[in-house]
Design a protein around this ligand. Structure first.
Ligand SMILES: *Cc1c(COP(=O)(O)O)cnc(C)c1O
Length: 421
């Protein structure tokens, strides 16, 4: 589960990890260990494994060989201290934060958030007695003003879904270092192909693996990455003395895998870990192509007379463009938001689509579109919609792997329909 090796390039590590693992019977792909429990040679060995003194498998809620293969592959991809996999992106985010926060503690969060994450912070965390201060991630000074001795972490979307806002991650990382608290970034929209978390000073990255990492919408999954940039020894959260004494710099990973997973139980299923390992093998190719097509489609939309505004950091002159270029290695993801004249025009546009699917997912191999205000953010008050950067006139488009010309053709005819009243 823990590794540190950067000798192969990212593209190679996505396929082989640090080094191609030797599988049973010479299988060239990681086998699926569909076993809930594992047996042991002796009572003594069982005792040692249960006490964590010897490496081994006990019960799939805690550890499973296929899931462990995914964790070590992804740790190699990110050149991370270690990775813990969870059943979904939401469980990964909840677990990572609940490992750090308890009643009375405070979190500072960029307010441009995925709908479920916003609700988790605003409703569920509030009910647990955790205070979340929402700030504008374009203004790190708003975060600076919120730190106090109860602040346990800062959370940002590295590229915000669907507002496409780009925070200055290095500046947030500097602030967090100054305050001695970890910086957590959700980099679902970028993937490790466009997000070098350690270089940007991010302590912990979280991913919804259900999106780009899985690829063709086969499975839910979440990944928590300890990037090795935060010293748990130098800045342990309150009450972590024993944990740090026992596990040193692996304290956060140990808390996740030994406590959080044990107590809350959102384990990733072995089959789903297998599907995510398959997804990783083609990730860099897919990201490259989807990024490239998205850039051209953003330009097409930007030129289109009935499109009011295009939110895509890849457009020269777009807000956050220079920052995104510097931070994300010249990649901007394949998610685009754009606005039409009205909610009715958005609905006419969606209903006219023939190739692009009406779906809530993103990062899929298929192109997908949705009207976020009436779906993902249904039930939000207007002020809340404004806070997360979602308008009634907004469409979110996730650009897939289809031929660019076919996607543009579909957009062209659907926009023509949207323009008719
Ligand atoms: C989808 C998504 C999540 C939630 O992940 P699930 O796998 O659906 O639970 C969290 N953050 C972002 C940015 C997402 O796009």
């Amino acid at each position: 589960m823990e590794t540190s090796n950067e000798s192969y390039c990212l593209e190679t590590r996505l396929i082989h990890g640090i080094a191609a693992p030797k599988n049973e019977n010479g299988a060239t792909i990681t086998p699926i260990y569909y076993s809930t429990a594992f047996e042991h040679d002796s009572a003594e060995s069982m005792e040692r494994i249960f006490q964590g003194k010897e490496d081994g498998f006990v019960y799939t809620r805690l550890r499973n060989p296929t899931v462990a293969a995914l964790e070590s592959r992804f740790a190699a991809v990110c050149d991370a201290r270690g990775v813990v996999a969870a059943a979904s992106g939401m469980s990964a985010i909840a677990l990572a934060l609940l490992a750090l926060l308890k009643s009375g503690d405070e979190l500072i969060a960029g307010r441009f958030l995925h709908g479920s994450v916003y609700t988790l912070f605003d409703k569920s965390f509030r009910e647990l007695g955790i205070t979340v201060h929402f700030i504008d991630p374009r203004h790190p000074e708003e975060a600076a003003a919120r730190f106090n001795d109860r602040t346990r972490a800062v959370f940002l979307e590295a590229l915000a879904n669907p507002a496409m806002v780009v925070p200055d991650i290095r500046e947030f990382s500097r602030l967090c270092r100054e305050q001695g608290v970890p910086l957590i970034a959700d980099a679902t929209l970028l993937t490790p192909c466009a997000f070098d978390a350690a270089a940007l000073g991010v302590s912990i990255s979280v991913y919804s693996a259900s999106k780009f990492l899985a690829g063709p919408a086969t499975t839910l999954g979440g990944l928590i990455v300890d990037n090795g940039t935060y010293s748990w020894r130098d800045n342990p959260p309150p009450g972590w003395a024993d944990l740090v004494k026992q596990h040193g710099e692996s304290a956060f990973l140990a808390k996740l895998s030994k406590r959080m997973m044990m107590d809350y139980g959102p384990a990733l299923a072995p089959m789903n870990a297998f599907l995510l390992l398959l997804g990783l093998e083609t990730l860099s190719l897919r990201m490259e192509r989807q990024n490239q097509t998205a850039e051209r489609i953003a330009e097409f939309l930007n030129r289109h007379p009935i499109v009011r505004e295009v939110l895509y950091a890849g457009l020269p002159g777009a807000p956050g463009h220079e920052l995104a270029k510097a931070q994300f290695g010249g990649r901007f993801g394949s998610l685009i938001a754009f606005t039409l004249a009205s909610r009715a025009a958005c609905f006419r546009f969606l209903n006219a689509l023939r190739l692009i699917r009406r779906s809530s997912n993103l990062g899929d191999t298929k192109s997908l579109a949705i009207h976020p205000a009436s779906t993902l953010y249904a039930g939000y008050w207007p002020a809340e919609l404004a806070a997360v950067g979602v308008g009634e006139e907004m469409i979110r488009l996730s650009v897939g792997l289809e031929a660019e010309t076919d996607i543009i053709c579909d957009l062209e005819q659907a926009l023509a329909t949207a323009a008719k009243c």
